[in-house]
Structure formats: structure tokens, C-alpha cells
Write a new protein. Structure first.
Length: 71
């Protein structure tokens, strides 16, 4: 009977460890997904910034051409 009690305690400890471990794995996956999303957002921001810089350059050239400036 004492053996069954010890076995039950060991099983509870193993189940507790497994639950904790699976939660940590889930949390790590969520962090990984969040980092992937952050990378996607950063890439989009870089593309937007590049497009804005290109648009500014086009506008600057257009203004120069309408004024007749060579500078």
C-alpha cells in the first residue's frame, strides 16, 4: 500500500513537471510567433520608409524641373 502511495506521488510529480514543461514550450512558441510578426512589421516599416524617401526625391526633382533649377 505504501508502494502505491509512493507511485502516486511520483506520478503527480511527473504530471506536474510535464504540465509546466508543456506550458513553457507553448510560451516559447508564442514568443517565436510574436518575434516573427515583429520582424514582418519592421520589414514593412523599412519598405514604407524607403518608398517615402523615393517619393520625396521624385517630388524634389519635379520641383526643381518646374523652377528651372539645375541644383
Amino acid at each position: 500500500m505504501v508502494g502505491l502511495g509512493i507511485l502516486a506521488v511520483i506520478m503527480l510529480v511527473v504530471l506536474g513537471w510535464y504540465d509546466s514543461h508543456s506550458r513553457q514550450v507553448t510560451y516559447a512558441r508564442e514568443i517565436g510567433d510574436t518575434l516573427d510578426e515583429a520582424d514582418d512589421i519592421a520589414a514593412a516599416a523599412r519598405r514604407t520608409e524607403k518608398a517615402a524617401a523615393d517619393a520625396d526625391e521624385i517630388l524634389r526633382r519635379y520641383r526643381q524641373s518646374t523652377r528651372g533649377d539645375d541644383a
